[in-house]
Design a protein around this ligand. Structure first.
Ligand code: PLP
Length: 394
């Protein structure tokens, strides 16, 4: 008989965790409806579709023969120009379209950025709790995801001094997510400035993922001022997603903001992984940046109101503690000491029909915590969460 040798898979990929959301959604399938319809607070998805005007633009763009062709590697100029103007307004400083790359979502923006910054054996600092796809990406690339623990008592805002003590010769970047997934914490501009200064001083990159930038609390004008400093292009890279603010996660559109030389290098990776981003969606969103501005603002105000409604719903409950809440998320401590968070989540969905995500999905030291995606459901259903949780025991 012919001898065969079984090939193996990349061990770094085998070491990477399985996507967690399908597992949690699997637990929800066994819910029998005894406490009312399922309240799904597991995945950060917009609760309703975008306005019809945006959908119509997509339909029109999809019917254009010209958009069936490959486009520019870093995205069509119309969207890069519109997005550069938009962030120019937000940060109060001009950006060139050559400083923008459009990607198939912010997850892809992150993967290609990490491929551009780090190689196997390097490390990248991730504040914990972290966004699980950030850790998974690094692990599969053979790059160490080095935890930077955030203190619940400080609202899960990371500390730059503590970060500095974790930097070594192999550290290539620090990643901040603000407003944060999973905690909902909004980092103060001074904290972001301290991290930018630290990265510039130590010759490493600050990667700032602002997927939830459009959901800042009322009255906050600019999320931070780091793009207004003259040297940002040497050590800062911004990531963004159109999924949440435009309610189009299925269109797969995100953006990278970086110095032109960095965008050029990232373009090599983008050429390999996507050739060009989906074109019809780019055209629709390029219009939507101004075209649905009013809708986006109303949506922001509505989602902002959910954090307050969630705190109010949880306030009468014994033992449950809302540790942080903002933008899309709330992060809570459950009252069952020594019970694994996954067991709490399974029992909660099985008995009360409320699906959250267990803290350990978001890194080490999170067994006492659950993440609640408050943006998924309307304000009326959020007040119902308190009633569902009342009297719940294990
Ligand atoms: C922090 C963060 N970054 C990136 C993403 C992915 O966004 P996209 O749909 O644009 O890939 C998410 C989605 O939940 C997120 O929470």
């Amino acid at each position: 008989m012919l001898q065969t040798v079984r090939p193996t898979l990349n061990p770094d990929l085998l070491d990477t965790g399985t996507p967690p959301i399908p597992q949690a959604q699997g637990w929800a399938r066994s819910y029998d409806g005894r406490s009312g319809p399922l309240i799904d607070l597991s995945q950060a998805v917009p609760g309703s579709p975008p306005p019809t005007s945006l959908l119509q633009r997509l339909g029109e763009a999809a019917a254009l023969p010209d958009l069936t062709r490959y486009g520019a590697i870093t995205g069509d100029l119309s969207l890069r120009e519109a997005y550069a103007a938009e962030i120019g307004r937000i940060y109060g400083t001009p950006f060139a379209p050559t400083e923008i790359a459009i990607t198939s979502g912010c997850n892809q923006a992150y993967v290609v950025t990490m491929m551009a910054l780090a190689r196997a054996g390097d490390n990248v600092l991730l504040p914990t709790p972290w966004y699980f796809n950030h850790e998974m990406t690094l692990t599969m690339l053979g790059v160490e995801a080095r935890p930077l623990p955030c203190d619940p008592a400080c609202g899960f805002v990371p500390d730059a001094e503590q970060a500095e003590s974790l930097i070594d010769a192999k550290t290539r970047a620090i990643v901040l997510v603000t407003p944060n997934n999973p905690t909902g914490s909004v980092y103060p501009p001074e904290t972001i400035a301290a991290f930018a200064a630290l990265c510039a001083r130590r010759g490493i990159w600050l990667v700032i993922d602002e997927t939830y930038r459009d959901f800042l609390p009322d009255g906050v004008k600019a999320p931070h001022e780091i793009f207004a400093t003259s040297g940002w292009r040497d050590s800062v890279i911004g990531l963004y997603s159109f999924s949440k603010a435009y309610a189009v996660p299925g269109w797969r559109l995100g953006a990278i903001t970086a110095g032109e030389a960095v965008v050029e290098q990232i373009g090599k990776v983008l050429d390999c992984v996507q050739i060009s981003p989906v074109r019809a969606g780019q055209q629709a969103v390029a219009w939507g940046i101004d075209g649905i501005r009013g809708w986006r603002e109303t949506n922001r105000a509505e989602i902002n109101a959910r954090a307050g409604a969630f705190r109010a719903a949880m306030a009468p409950l014994n033992g449950w503690q809302v540790l942080a809440a903002g933008a899309y998320f709330a992060y809570v401590a459950h009252p069952f000491a020594d019970v694994p968070a996954a067991e709490v989540v399974r029992a909660l969905v099985g008995e009360r029909g409320v699906l959250a995500l267990p803290g350990p999905y978001f890194g080490p030291g999170q067994e006492q915590h659950l993440r609640i995606a408050i943006a998924n459901v309307g304000k009326e259903r959020i007040s119902e969460i308190g009633e569902r949780l009342a009297g719940f025991t294990l």
